[in-house]
Design a protein around this ligand. Structure first.
Ligand code: NAP
Length: 303
């Protein structure tokens, strides 16, 4: 079934360069073409752009040529460390003057701040972006992208960015998008790790993981996410970890998950580090508080 588009066609057609036509760059360029923008693509391995050229993209021979043809430059390559050299290669630096660079390559906050400085030194605006989607979701309502950098550059490029995904602006510090991107991924991997341990327990007892996941795990996690996370988030902000029905001492009174895992032949490697923190928090005298108090061991308030 075809996915609904994320946003209506862009009001103002723009000239956009997409540097890096891997899985994600291809999806971004295709969404921009569908929205009616003029798209110039460049890829290190030129033949990978052929499909996009058939859809109406122009192919540039170099990053400088693509940048020169465009007002907004999206960059989406594998490694952040390669973006700076790419934007300085063969006259690309001079071509950047007056452009808006939107770097969607995953990196760290420090890398984003450093690159923002280099790009503004070349007379261009810099936005850093964190894509919260897989390529197949680009151009659909399920995709969103985090942006940080100068607000006027975000507003000026928003019509273009909205063609790829819902755009979420986080603030002027370029490091905000990668930081929040990594925070979201941390939440996701925690959930995925929990899924693996749960799947191992169910499988060890001969159960069907598909059925367990559909009938029990997903409804349970949705209920926990909707009910517990907002309450724990408030506690994280306030530092007041008063228990709301389930105190930590009760939760760690016996290591049932570890014991059953061992009995079932399931490795406890995924779960044990979290359990150790919960026990330590109780040993530190916070047994009457909620699970959220474990945050103080990971990041003490005021640090
Ligand atoms: N795919 C996802 O689900 C997803 C989701 C969110 C964010 N992202 C981020 O999007 C970025 C791109 O991911 P992808 O999935 O498109 O990866 P990919 O399919 O492996 O494509 C990598 C792209 O980077 C280019 N590249 C690698 N090294 C380069 C260099 N030194 N100079 C110039 N170009 C270079 C490749 O060019 P060649 O074709 O010449 O090798 C290719 O176009 C990554 O930072 C990734 O973290 C991806």
């Amino acid at each position: 079934m075809a996915e609904e588009k994320a946003v209506p066609k862009a009001a103002a057609v723009k000239n956009v360069a997409v540097l890096g036509i891997g899985a994600m760059g291809t999806a971004l360029a295709a969404a921009l073409l569908s929205a009616g923008h003029t798209v110039t693509v460049w890829n290190r391995t030129a033949r990978k752009a052929e499909g996009l050229v058939e859809k109406g993209a122009r192919r540039a021979e170099s990053p400088a040529e693509a940048i020169g043809a465009s007002e907004i430059v999206l960059v989406c390559i594998l490694d952040y460390a390669d973006v700076g050299p790419l934007l300085a290669d063969g006259g690309a630096g001079e071509a950047l003057r007056g452009r808006i660079v939107v770097n969607l390559t995953n990196g760290s906050p420090a890398e984003a701040r450093e690159l923002a400085e280099r790009v503004s030194g070349l007379g261009a605006d810099y936005l850093d972006g964190g894509i919260m989607a897989v390529p197949g979701l680009i151009g659909t309502p399920h995709a969103f992208v985090l942006y940080s950098g100068p607000e006027n550059a975000f507003e000026a490029s928003r019509g273009v960015l909205d063609a790829c995904a819902r755009s979420v602006y986080l603030g002027a510090d370029p490091g905000l998008a990668p930081l929040n991107d990594l925070a979201l991924l941390s939440g996701m991997y925690g959930m995925f790790g929990g899924f693996l341990h749960a799947a191992a327990l169910v499988r060890s007892a001969g159960g069907k993981v598909t059925e367990f996941t559909r009938e029990l795990l997903v409804p349970w996690l949705l209920a926990m996410a909707g009910n517990q996370l907002p309450a724990m988030a408030e506690q994280a902000d306030s530092g007041d970890y008063g228990a709301t029905g389930s105190n930590l001492a009760m939760q760690v009174s016996h290591d049932a998950i570890g014991a059953v895992s061992r009995a079932q032949g399931v490795s406890n490697e995924l779960f044990a580090p979290l359990w150790a923190l919960m026990e330590r928090r109780v040993a530190d005298g916070h047994g009457e508080e909620s699970f959220a108090g474990v945050l103080e061991l990971v990041h003490p308030r005021g640090r």
